[in-house]
Design a protein around this ligand. Structure first.
Ligand code: WQD
Length: 335
């Protein structure tokens, strides 16, 4: 019986594929390489020494997706497939609703048709909107999101909850990621967004790699953060991947239900702290300029990670130093 990974060649998906294979699971990856590359598949095999099936399809293509379910014995699904650039989602909302939400609906319909009712969904801290407090706890529920990307995550969470109400034999894990950074220690897989990056760490990588001459720090006048720059709960992508293994174990144990968890460290670091840590760990300068705030940014938010620790036995272990070291190791290894 296999775990199906739509979007499994992507940043989070590939790291989760490694942890699943290392834990002895059979996996099947489907991906259309819209934000990933074929060599990721070979590198997953190199890291784990294990093979797996791959289908180059768009997860929203019902005919092609049905073939995967027809040809394989699938026990569960972890859905990573989805566009995730906040700024792009504001400019092209229909592209995001079509891909992320309609794609997820096709996936859930095909799962239902083949009686596969165990799913872990890759959600996001962005679903909390701006709750007015920096510490996010699951019971707060979904807030008013500030961009279509975040709204697609809210919609898919709601769809899953409604599916469970209609048929409580479904077994659903919803994982709300905070800010994933870092890379596998092998340096073979890592974060490589196509085009202009959105997130802080890929920008730091481009400055460290001399592709950009400096980093723009979006504002240093935020109240409530150590040095006025934005603060986020960064978590190592390998810790995040391990959270998915724990979530599947929980679903195996519980047999049915909807289980929602924050996956974060519970600690927020500022942009300047991230820059200083990166410079210290890698002995590389990261020139930066303070510029105006980025519209829509919140000053600070971080996870209350207690529920995942208590119910999944999951706790982030890697440090900010590990995140900075492993991120740079991946870039060095590639060049
Ligand atoms: C982090 C901090 C910026 C870039 C992300 C993404 C999205 C979603 C949620 C998954 C902020 C500052 C950034 C730069 C900077 N992911 N920054 N200069 O804003 O928390 O949102 O997580 O669901 O991928 O929206 O992360 O990495 O964009 O920014 O100063 O060039 O770094 O202001 O304070 P964010 P981010």
């Amino acid at each position: 019986m296999s775990v199906l990974l739509p979007g499994g060649a992507g940043y989070i998906g590939s790291h989760t594929a490694v942890e699943l294979l290392n834990s002895g699971k059979e996996i099947i990856i489907i991906d259309n390489f819209v934000n990933s590359k074929p060599e990721v598949l070979e590198n997953i095999k190199k890291i784990t020494g294990k093979d797996f099936k791959f289908y180059k399809i768009d997860f929203s293509d019902e005919k092609e997706l049905e073939k995967v379910f027809k040809e394989n014995k699938i026990d569960s699904v972890i859905n990573f497939a989805g566009y995730k650039a906040v700024g792009e989602s504001v400019k092209e909302p229909l592209k995001y609703y079509r891909n992320n939400v309609s794609g997820a609906i096709v996936l859930f319909e095909v799962m239902k048709k083949y009686n596969v009712k165990k799913i872990v969904f890759s959600s996001s801290a962005t679903i909390y909107g701006d709750p007015g407090t920096p510490e996010y706890i699951e019971e707060m529920g979904r807030g008013k999101t500030t961009n279509p990307y975040g709204t697609t995550k809210c919609m898919i969470e709601q769809i899953l909850e409604d599916i469970y109400v209609s048929d409580n034999s479904w077994d659903i894990g919803i994982l709300r990621y905070f800010n994933p950074v870092g890379a596998h220690e092998s340096g073979l897989i890592g974060e490589e967004p196509k085009g202009i990056p959105n997130n802080l760490m890929p920008f730091i990588m481009k400055v460290a790699n001399k592709e950009l001459d400096h980093l723009n720090v979006f504002g240093n006048d935020y109240k409530g953060t150590k040095d006025g720059t934005g603060a986020r709960d960064y978590l190592h992508v390998v810790d995040l991947a391990k959270g998915h293994i724990k979530a599947l174990e929980k679903l195996d144990k519980e047999k049915s239900g909807v289980f929602t968890y924050n996956l974060g460290t519970g600690t927020a670091y500022t942009v300047l702290e991230m820059i200083e840590t990166f410079k210290k760990v890698n002995n590389i300068d990261v020139p930066y300029e303070i510029v105006e705030r980025r519209p829509g940014d919140l000053p600070i938010f971080f996870a209350n990670p207690n529920k995942a620790e208590k119910e999944l036995g999951w706790k982030a272990e890697k440090t900010l130093e590990d995140m900075c070291r492993d991120s740079w190791n991946y870039i060095k290894n590639k060049s």
